[in-house]
Design a protein. Structure first.
Length: 410
């Protein structure tokens, strides 16, 4: 019971977050919840250690390290400028932002792009006179939708790629999800523009060049991107043609982190600037959600409902709901064994990946990338998006996203 009560309190605190002069960070709330269930006996210390998916944690640390090289060098900001300068007005800028960030998140992971993208969109806000809220929302929604396209796009997709028995994860994800993802990225543009119509006009924009921050790190940034792309392609080839040589997807992230951590003179700064608060958030989340799952409450509710999660429609509906209650990564981790033992088809596994991913568009807590964006905007730039501002667009957008994926995967 203590685990369920703690989960409820965590959700309330994340929605409110301010008590007089005291403002709580989302990672502090989640880690506090994990500490309460540990001290209250909701989960034993040994089970808490086992609850944390250390492969996901290692993957996140490695990708954050690679992302720091791109951010500290200024390479990604410069690349984004080259793309965004083609936008003649705010409407075209929104389109470029959503599709660029969406596809980039499929390659570099949505959490990594959230770290790099937040200062970029806030710079765009100041440069072009567009309010920060719609740009932050466009960033959050596009990163979530775009990350559905790849097994390295987000942690839950990583779990499906690692534990789902897919022979060729990159090919499988792309084959099933490319077209609905394109449609859903267009839906992000439509919803953000509809709710913030006055900010996205056709008035001409004036662009100013972005320069590299550290010329010596630019080469390392280019090597990092090259290694990441090469590792992804190598894994795809091995999984298709040489299954015996295939390797864990975590090694893709480790390979991308290697150039910066080994050859950069700023390696200690790279390690220091890793978003350790997000690592703490994930660690606390794994522990709290495992404690909640141990109560058996949600399993019994699911069993009594008679829902067959081996079918695309019911699975997607349950995934969206449960991802809000116990978060998408733990839900996927606990749902995968049931599906793999039942011999679930690729369509079903892709439905799990897509629905658990776009469920993150419903509320701020639904995706770690949302948390990263909000925390970074508040901490460094004193900008924010409230729980309700996010939800008023996120709820209807999620409904459209899920419907689109269902129509393609059923």
């Amino acid at each position: 019971m203590i685990s369920l009560i703690t989960l409820f309190i965590v959700f309330i605190l994340i929605a409110v977050r301010r008590f007089g002069p005291v403002r709580l960070e989302i990672w502090q709330i989640m880690c506090g919840g994990a500490l309460i269930v540990l001290l209250g006996g909701g989960i034993t210390p040994a089970d808490a250690v086992r609850a944390v998916d250390w492969e996901v944690i290692l993957f996140l640390i490695a990708m954050f390290s690679a992302g720091q090289v791109l951010e500290m060098s200024g390479w990604l900001s410069r690349t984004q400028y080259k793309i965004f300068r083609r936008s003649r007005n705010a409407e075209q800028l929104l389109f470029s932002l959503v599709f660029f960030m969406g596809f980039a998140s499929a390659l570099f992971m949505n959490d990594t792009l959230a770290i790099i993208g937040t200062p970029v969109v806030l710079l765009m806000s100041r440069k072009y006179g567009i309010h920060s809220k719609p740009l932050l929302l466009a960033l959050a929604f596009s990163l979530t939708v775009g990350s559905a396209l790849s097994p390295v796009g987000n942690p839950q997709n990583l779990l499906i790629a690692v534990r789902g028995g897919l022979s060729s994860p990159f090919v499988t994800f792309f084959k099933h999800l490319i077209f609905p993802t394109l449609i859903n990225l267009a839906a992000v543009c439509l919803f953000v523009k509809m709710y913030y119509r006055a900010d996205f006009t056709r008035c001409p924009l004036r662009h100013a060049a972005e320069h590299y921050k550290d010329e010596r790190m630019v080469l390392l940034a280019k090597i990092t991107v090259s290694v990441l792309v090469a590792a992804i392609l190598l894994k795809a080839v091995f999984s298709l043609l040489f299954p015996s040589l295939d390797f864990s997807i975590t090694y893709v992230a480790l390979a991308a982190a290697f150039p910066g951590l080994v050859f950069s003179g700023r390696r200690l700064e790279i390690i220091k600037n890793i978003d350790w608060t997000t690592i703490a958030f994930f660690t606390g989340m794994f522990i709290l959600m495992q404690a909640v799952w141990n109560t058996g409450f949600f399993q019994s509710v699911l069993a009594k409902s008679g829902t067959d999660i081996r079918s695309v429609g019911p699975l997607m509906a349950v995934s969206v709901i449960m991802s809000q209650l116990i978060s998408n990564v733990p839900f996927v981790a606990l749902c995968l064994p049931l599906l793999t033992q039942a011999g679930a088809s690729e369509n079903v596994l892709m439905a799990l990946a897509a629905s658990s991913t776009v469920a993150g568009n419903m509320f701020i807590l639904g995706a770690a990338s949302n948390v990263i964006i909000i925390q970074a905007a508040e901490k460094k730039y004193r900008e924010t998006v409230t729980f309700w501002e996010f939800a008023r667009i996120g709820v209807p957008l999620t409904a459209v996203n899920v419907l689109v994926y269902y129509l393609f995967l059923r």
